[in-house]
Write a protein that binds this ligand. Structure first.
Ligand code: 10E
Ligand code: SF4
Length: 316
């Protein structure tokens, strides 16, 4: 049977960011240093493949610190943790390694500085997401107010409208956040924001690449997990940018081939927590069904790398 031709637009950058790369290395190095088991509080990054791989190497994933014994090391996930978590680990004299991405920690510090200056904080983020819980948890309850949409701004009950600052989750939609910030500034003209956006370089670059691809492709696949906020944002950005069909897939087996019937120009990207091996799996699956012309759509180059914490670099 002759295969139909298909142009596959591959986004660049895509997949692992520097924070994810560092967090995974921290777990691997901790296993090397202390041996198994090493406990990890929350999925180190939101990807089943990554988590299963580390579990096979001896990591035990839990949701709360009270599920860990005192005498084994624990690692906090890349999304960050409320201040109370390392404090409790220290109280229990546990060995702990914080794999919070430095760009998330930067937002934590920002929130603290604003609070020290007497400001109340508004956080733009998704309720219940670990990063939002972690950032809000840098300050006492009530000090950080959460908004998820421009409509939420109207309902904010603030202490003093002229003593406000905002911070954001690092993985939000750049465009949606601009709208929320505009609503905040309209209601609270004195509100102070970050010098540089809290949305990180990886989020920004992946969304830009998706927008460029959306203008060329009829359909788009995003490799990523359903609980991966940044991956889900890529799907939304693709749809908003006019791509008729944009779908999140964890791996090749998830592809709905019938939905791609008649498509001749397909886009492909991956969230910041999705390993390249799964992208390659999808490419191979597409190649098995179509006569593929692969085109890389490069909208930015990345060379960010974060240092590993001393705790895992130093010998036991
Ligand atoms: O759900 P998220 O996109 O926040 O997390 P992820 O694990 O899918 O990707 C990495 C992003 C992190 C750690 C948050 N800045
Ligand atoms: Fe860090 Fe951004 Fe990656 Fe989150 S998405 S881990 S903030 S680089």
């Amino acid at each position: 049977m002759t295969k139909s031709p298909l142009t596959l637009y591959l986004a660049a950058p895509r997949g692992f960011c520097a924070g994810v790369d560092r967090a995974i290395k921290i777990v691997e190095m901790a296993l090397g240093k202390w041996g198994a088991p090493v406990y990890v509080r929350h999925e180190i990054v939101h990807n089943k493949y990554v988590v299963d791989d580390l579990r096979a190497k001896g990591a035990i994933f839990v949701e709360e610190l009270d599920e860990c014994p005192d005498d084994r090391p624990v690692i906090f996930s890349a999304h960050g943790v409320p201040k109370a978590v390392p404090a409790e680990a220290a109280r229990r004299e546990m060995i702990y390694v914080d794999a919070t991405c430095p760009l998330v920690s930067k937002v934590h510090i920002e929130a603290e500085r604003h609070a020290e200056a007497g400001m109340q904080i508004v956080m733009i983020g998704h309720a219940g997401h670990p990063e939002t819980i972690g950032t809000m948890g840098q300050l006492p309850p009530g000090e950080v107010l959460l908004v998820e949409t421009p409509a939420d701004v109207a309902g904010l009950d603030v202490r003093a409208p002229d003593r406000l600052a905002f911070v954001t989750q690092t993985t939000l939609s750049v465009d949606d956040t601009t709208e929320i910030v505009a609503a905040l500034k309209a209601r609270f003209p004195a509100i102070v924001g970050p010098h540089k956006k809290d949305i990180c370089y990886a989020t920004t670059n992946r969304q830009e690449a998706v927008k460029t691809i959306a203008s060329r492709a009829e359909a788009m696949l995003v490799v990523g997990a359903p609980n991966s906020s940044n991956s889900r944002r890529l799907v939304e950005v693709g749809r908003k940018a006019g791509c008729g069909y944009a779908q999140l897939v964890q791996r090749a087996a998830d592809i709905d081939w019938r939905a791609l019937d008649g498509v001749r120009r397909l886009g492909l990207t991956a969230g910041a927590s999705a390993p390249e091996v799964l992208v390659n799996e999808v490419i191979d699956a597409v190649k098995a069904r179509y006569e593929v012309t692969l085109e890389t759509v490069e909208t930015a180059t990345e060379n960010v790398e974060f240092k590993l914490p001393r705790t895992v670099r130093e010998p036991a």
